[in-house]
Ligand binder design. Sequence first.
Ligand SMILES: [Zn+2]
Length: 352
Amino acid sequence: MPTIGNVQIKLLEKLCNACAVSGDEGEVRKIILEELKGFTGEIKVDALGNILVTRPGTGEKRLKVMLSAHMDEVGFMLVADDGEGLFRFETIGGVDIRQLPGKAVLVGRDHLPGVIGARPIHMTTTEERKQKIPLDALRIDLGPGGCKVSLGDRATFATRFQRNGSVIIAKALDNRLGVVTLIELIKNAPPNIDLVAAFTVQEENGLRGAKVAAYAFNPDLAIVVDSTPAFDLPGWEGDENISYNTKLGLGPAIYIADTGTLSDPRLVRYLSATAQAEGIPFQFRQPGRGGTDAGSIHISRAGVPSVSISVPHRYSHTAASIARLDDWKNSLALLHAALNQITPELVKTGRP
Ligand SMILES: [Zn+2]
């Protein structure tokens, strides 16, 4: 029975502190391949950089079940050198420009330190401070002299992983939480299914890796493992916040629908019934913006019944997110129970 202990938390720390902005996932890929050394199934890296893992089961009449977790994170790419250590940059993935000024970043494979520069308070007027600073006006600043970076290099927030009891604060919890979960599920793969697992690239810029991974695997069904925003802060001016899409502490979030996918209702029911039977808390992620690799997977080839399940975290796609260990543990427990109990009838009897 897989669980989240010190080993898994240490691995999460290593993965969150690694930099893997979309299209340059090498650092995270290396850590995963290292973790899977000695694994008896087949492991390969495809042309786009997805890690594809195949572990056949031993039972009779097995479904081919695809699990998917994206390796990449949102961030930045250097696009022009203005000299003096200053670089223009583009954002990669959904990043809120308002949150960027003043943030420390790490640039390139060598993690060179930089800062997203903005004029300090001393040199701005009250009027200027009310304005949003456009991306054009921001630079990644490595300081004058001696920087060894290249155009095309990626940059990401410089936040280091921290833990305080059951609370984790880090960058890229979306989706390093899913990556560790997937590693545990692969290491504890049940015999009743043929497990095919993808650690995908370029989710944050259009679910691109998952598209080719699903084509290669051609699975009977897919479960995407991700981390989703929790907008569960109290309202201000006395209003109660009733619009949260997920809430910390309520357990894994099962998706009914998101921007890119209407989840297969049989899989939604199956996951929620399994959670109830096992006494695992869960919540339904409220429909709305955002999506997962399921958006690509469910429309690959002749169609793949798909669902997503996520660990909720606050402050998604920013320099620092917050998640709870118990939500993560319960997500792993639910996925493990669900995989163990899958029978061919789940999707082979046709859509009701
Ligand atoms: Zn994600």
